[in-house]
Design a protein around this ligand. Sequence first.
Ligand code: TLP
Length: 342
Amino acid sequence: MHETSDLRSDTVTKPTEKMKRAGMTAELGDDVMRDDKTTILLEKTAAEITGKEDALFVTSGTQGNLLALSVHSEPGSEIIMDEQSHTFVHEQGGVARIALCQPVTLPMKRGMMDLDRVREKVRAEDIHHPRTSVIECENTHNRAGGVPLEMEYLKGLRRIADECGAKVHMDGARIFNASVATGIAVKEYAAEADSVMFCLSKGLCCPIGSILAGPAEFVAKARRMRKVLGGGMRQVGFIAAAGIVALEEMVERLAEDHRRARVLGEAVAGMPGLSVDLESVRTNMVYFSVEKGPASELVERLAAEKVLCFAEGDNRQIRMVCHKDVDDDDIDRAVEALKKAV
Ligand code: TLP
């Protein structure tokens, strides 16, 4: 039994022994000089998996999204994204601050914006208007409960972007969760976007790092910009080695996290005082609403029972995330703690 049941995020996952060994024995070089063979292999593998020409190892998902949105845009242009997206809510306004773009936001349902409204937001060419440079989507969509996006939606975004000459960027922080849940290949999802970012440091359990994949010219520009952001790393094969292990060995097991999230979601559904939309429990997350009192108070009572999680949104919701370091006993403990604490 774990000392605590840590359901705060899949970012808390610890690297496996094999990942640590891989780092210790990796072939290393200066990656800014492109001498690090391990990083080059990780990037090549990631490009193949996403079906893109090239890929770049970046320090974090936030950095990957920022690079993509900066490279695809011009200062003063607009980026369409949903108002619950990680980029809009959790990335400190990096698109405004560093990419010098204005975000245009729309509501979402199950992680998807209404396509007619997206089309309405695209700017007509006019000397007074900013241009629409990028449309962003998030797959799986975190604040929608970790739901995978529908292919029809992605194809719709692609069509709109093509009509107006904009790019599509996919924040695929958890694209492997989407793929494992739906059976749709990562490559197939990524084919609808110009660029895709995915995280190695979440459910795939790496200690650090994300990937940004896209056309070779785009990746070359992102590599340059990564340097100016201080993200040019040297013997980074030390951590890239864990990424190779993750892509080889940690993807299929995500199904276990999804199964546990389902068990947890169904237990929560039967509890008075809590409500959960079970249709949104498709991958490794369970978001549920607390009918009485601020969710943060329930979070504190759960912590006293050694169950860790976060209050979300307007402090009415709680998020619990399943991952490699959460087992069946942790789920049982979370259910019992909830029964006691609600
Ligand atoms: N999400 C974290 C927190 O920042 C909220 C989490 O615990 O879920 N895109 C998506 C969809 C994400 O959920 C996250 C991280 C990121 C991007 C950013 O990744 P990092 O943390 O590597 O910058």
